[in-house]
Write a protein that binds this ligand. Structure first.
Ligand SMILES: *[C@@H]1O[C@H](CO)[C@@H](O)[C@H](O)[C@H]1NC(C)=O
Length: 398
C-alpha cells in the first residue's frame, strides 16, 4: 500500500479506494456461494493429496480439475496455507465439505489474490495521460477509471459472492496491457502467455495480441510503431461476437459478460462515443449477472450495489464528457430504464403468478433475451465506431 501511495503522486485516494473495496469484500464472506466453491475446494484437495501424474485423472468428484496447469499449481500453493485453517477440506473424499474455516480460507484466498488486480489497476492508471485532468480529484480520468475497475460490480459479485478467481486473472490481463502501453512489449507478451496458462477462456483475445505484437514488435522497419491503444481497435472484433453469444446463453456462461466489459473500460475514459458504448455494455452485462444470485438475502445486496455502480459510472462519465453531445439517445435511455420494470417483473411479480410452477425458467429467458439485445447493439455500435472513424483514432494515437 505504501508503495502504491508514493507512485500515485502523493494521493492517498488510490489506497483508500483499494482498502474500501477490500473491506466490502470482507463483509461479503458469509454470503451465498455457488458450486464453484466446491469446485475449488476439490482442486485444493486433489493438488494437495495426489501426485502430479494423478491431478488430471482424479474423478471422485464430478468437478474434475479442468483448468490449465498454472491454475493447478496455484491451487497447490494455496493448499499449503489451507491446511493451517482446516485439514479436512484437503481430503478428496470429503465432497461438499464447507466448514466455517473452509469458507473463511477460500474467501480470503480470493481477496488476497485480488492484490494483483489492484496493482494492475494502479499500473493502468499510470498510462492515462493527465492532459484532461482538472483540479478536482473526482473529475480526474485516473480517479474515475480506478473506481470503475476496483469497485466493479461484476467482479465483486462473481468473485466474492458467487465465488471465482477472476480478479487476479483480469489483473494479469490488465498488467499485460499496461506493459504494452509502456512499450514493454516482451513483458506484456509473457504476462499474456502466463494468463493463458491459468485460464484458457482468455484465448479469445489472443488474435488481437498476435496482430498487435506482429505490427509493433516484429515488423517495425520503416513503419511508425502502432500505439498500444490500437490493440483496442482490434479487440472489439474479439469481444463483440463472444459477448453476443454469451449474452444469450444460460446461467453458467452469462457471468463472462461482466468480464468482457473490463478491457472495454479502458476505452471509456478516452472518448465520449466509447463511454456511451461502455455504459450500455456494462449495465446490460451486469444486469445479466442477476440470475446468478437467486437467494433472497442477496437480493438487496445485488440491487443496491448495481444501482450504486451504475449511477456512479453514468454520472462520472457524463461529467467527464459534459462538453460533448449527450451520452445516450432516447432509444438507449428507454432500453436502460426498462431494466427496472424487467427486474420487478422477474423477481417480484412472476413468482406470485400461476405460471411459476410450470414455467420457472421464464424470468431467466426474459433476462437473457433482453440483455442479448443490448449487448448485440453495443457490439454493433462498436463496429460502426471503429470502422467509420479510423483516421481520427490514428491521429489521436500519434
Ligand atoms: C454435493 O452437492 C451437490 C450440489 O449441491 C449435490 O448435487 C451432490 O449430490 C452433493 N454430493 C454429496 C456427496 O453430498
Amino acid at each position: 500500500m505504501a508503495a502504491l501511495r508514493v507512485a500515485t503522486g502523493g494521493g492517498h485516494w488510490f489506497s483508500a479506494l483499494a482498502l474500501g473495496v477490500t473491506l466490502l469484500k470482507c463483509l461479503l464472506i458469509p454470503t451465498y456461494h455457488s458450486t464453484d466453491f466446491e469446485v475449488h475446494r476439490n482442486w485444493l484437495a486433489i493438488t494437495h493429496s495426489l501426485p502430479l501424474s494423478q491431478w488430471y485423472y482424479e474423478a471422485t468428484s464430478e468437478w474434475t480439475l479442468d483448468y490449465p496447469p498454472f491454475f493447478a499449481w496455484f491451487e497447490y500453493v494455496l493448499s499449503h496455507v489451507a491446511k493451517l485453517f482446516d485439514r479436512e477440506m484437503l481430503n478428496v473424499r470429503n465432497l461438499n465439505y464447507s466448514s466455517s474455516r473452509t469458507v473463511l480460507f477460500q474467501r480470503l484466498s480470493v481477496i488476497c489474490a485480488d492484490g494483483l488486480f489492484i496493482y494492475a489497476v494502479h499500473e493502468c492508471c499510470k498510462c492515462i495521460d493527465g492532459k484532461k485532468a482538472s483540479k478536482e480529484l473526482t473529475e480526474k480520468p485516473k480517479f474515475i477509471l480506478s473506481v470503475l475497475l476496483l469497485w466493479n460490480f461484476g467482479l465483486i459479485v462473481v468473485d466474492h459472492i458467487h465465488f471465482q478467481y477472476n480478479g487476479f486473472l483480469l489483473g494479469l490481463m490488465l498488467l499485460s496491457i499496461a506493459r504494452l502501453f509502456q512499450k514493454r512489449d516482451l513483458e506484456g507478451a509473457i504476462l499474456f502467455a502466463v494468463l493463458l496458462h491459468f485460464k484458457h477462456i482468455f484465448l479469445y483475445v489472443a488474435p488481437a495480441y498476435g496482430i498487435y505484437l506482429l505490427r509493433s514488435y516484429c515488423f517495425t522497419a520503416n513503419k511508425p510503431e502502432p500505439a498500444a491503444s490500437s490493440l483496442f481497435t482490434t479487440l472489439p472484433f474479439q469481444e463483440g461476437p463472444l459477448s453476443c453469444i454469451l449474452g444469450s446463453k444460460f446461467l453458467g456462461s452469462v457471468q463472462c459478460c461482466g468480464q468482457i466489459a473490463v478491457p472495454h473500460r479502458l476505452l471509456s475514459v478516452g472518448k465520449a462515443g466509447d463511454a456511451s458504448i461502455f455504459l450500455i455494455l456494462s449495465t446490460t452485462g451486469h444486469y445479466s449477472l442477476f440470475p446468478l444470485l437467486f437467494t433472497a438475502p442477496e437480493l438487496p445486496i445485488k440491487i443496491l450495489l448495481m444501482l450504486l455502480f451504475t449511477v456512479y459510472s453514468i454520472s462520472s462519465l457524463k461529467m467527464l464528457f459534459r462538453n460533448e453531445k449527450p451520452l445516450f439517445n432516447w432509444m438507449e435511455k428507454v432500453y436502460l430504464l426498462g431494466l427496472g420494470p424487467l427486474e420487478i417483473c422477474c423477481e417480484l411479480i412472476f413468482p406470485l403468478t400461476s405460471w411459476q410452477p410450470r414455467y420457472p425458467f421464464t424470468p431467466l429467458l426474459l433476462t437473457s433475451v433482453y440483455c442479448a439485445v443490448g449487448i448485440a447493439y453495443a457490439w454493433f455500435r462498436l463496429h460502426v465506431s471503429v470502422l467509420t472513424n479510423p483516421a481520427a483514432r490514428r491521429t489521436k494515437k500519434q
